[in-house]
Design a protein around this ligand. Sequence first.
Ligand code: AGP
Length: 610
Amino acid sequence: MCGIVGYLGKKSAVEVLVEGLERLEYRGYDSAGIAALEGSAIEIVKSKGKIADLKAKLNGNLSGSTIGIGHTRWATHGRPSDANAHPHRDCTGKIAVVHNGIIENYQELKEFLLEEGHIFLSETDTEVISHLIEHYYKDNDLFTAVQYATSRLEGSYALVVLCTDCPDRLIAARKDSPLIVGLGDEEYFFASDIPAILKHTRRINILDDGEIALITSSKVEVYNSTGKKVAKKEMYVEWDAEAAEKGGYDHFMIKEIHEQPQALQKTLSGRIHSEKGIVDLKEVSLDAEKLRNINNVAIVACGTAYHAGLIGKYAIEKLVRIPVEADIASEFRYRNPLIDDRSLVIVISQSGETADTLAALREAKKRGAHVIAVTNVVGSTVSREADDVLYTWAGPEIAVASTKAYTTQLVAMYLLALDLGTKLGTLSQEKAAEIVKALAEIPNNAAKVLEQAEKVKSWAKEASVWKDAFFIGRGLDWAVAMEGQLKLKEISYMHAEAYAAGELKHGTLALIEERIPVIALATQEELYDKMVSNIEEVNARGANVTGVTFEGNKELEKAVNQVIYIPETLPLLAPILSVIPLQLLSYYAAVERGCDVDKPRNLAKSVTVE
Ligand code: AGP
């Protein structure tokens, strides 16, 4: 994810900025840059690649400047390149901006600014901000220009502005993207994350949504969205540098689990209109006519992404009424798949670099299929080779175990199913509106599930001594069971299996004995009674069953030893919520067992070999 640092004080700004950016490297980025005021001009140095590349370009220059802004970019709009790296400037060269977040209405703003004669040098959404500030900039009043410019932005932003006319100040603003002010001794900082400034100060102000802050070398002033000055509470950061990188959490995995509400919001942002009840997926180039030519869909992926594909199969078959196969990429590529120019192939990959998934994509392209990639990494190989790309916008996932990437992949699959079903007319407007409305509530519902982390933690204490565990479910719950068992295996090294509950009696039931742990997912209304019968089957053999179901379903308590509740939503969307307790279970069980949670043995985050 992108990182921001801003500095104003007596030290060499470039040194402070570069060092701050290095502290943010762990978050992942593809380019970096700084802007510093040297004399009466802004000098911008930026580079694709690592901070070492930026340092090489800087080559010790600009060391006399004491005010500047810096950025590490993780590409969203526009591929990783020198030109797309931040900071971005206006036409006059007086204004430079760094930005985290996504400006959803940037196309519309860009068209307006182009008509006004502005010239753009990058493909980013951020560049509209510097030009918009220029548009409103009058009488050396940078603050008012930033106020006006931000009032026109839709989406999320944390931004810091440097201007040649105001060599004594930096101005910052935020909405839905974190930004803090570091309070030093005759020096002030802006940063997206605490580690960037921890070496210099532990005293901070946290900016709230809608606030605009101004720092000089002697003060900080913060104003709310109505322009009223607000008094901010000073906080003291107790964390050490390592804890600060993880936002105060013990591991990246648990941090990423807790980031899911925001990540889900970003995946949905700009793609649904809940009042109108419609989906707007500009990324998918298939119109109704092209779609009518499609005979079959194949979803191809590996590991967790494959499990997201299983949910995608259900969703697309249900809403689009077209045959869908979900396939493991390493199988798909070698089995002469029935794919041709009347097939749609959807590849799912968090990293966009998984060798098997990439080979499957190439195989599909060779056979003439239309390929849509669902990925989290802009500029990744699958995003470059697919016909259309649907980004999940989950932000960098650092822990090997995939969590927020999975739930955002699920959202992407639902959006795709809604888009295809609406275009083909297999989905009524009323049904689409009902799903869209429920999707809009998913981020809040995910936050509610996370409130149960402590309950799952005590369950995990018990779980940490399990020898085996069985995850069972029917329909979509079975697909979630698959993900639950993989999480438990990969980070806590416990044996676990997932079964379609109706299949148990065909063999696996022989393994169910006294006290064996069974996790039974029961969120699918149409299959509920059948699922309860399957729970009774394992109960009869003495299993210790934990059920996962919707709040209010007290009935299940009669059939199981304990219940984990998730907020009510449409059964179709339940997987996004029901997987969260399973992620928490594996995490806390792994911690209890002393496992290396973020880097489990034998595994890599991105598997780029066959
Ligand atoms: C899941 O926790 C794993 N890290 C793994 O199964 C992963 O989902 C798989 O390797 C696919 O990776 P990708 O999404 O980057 O293609």
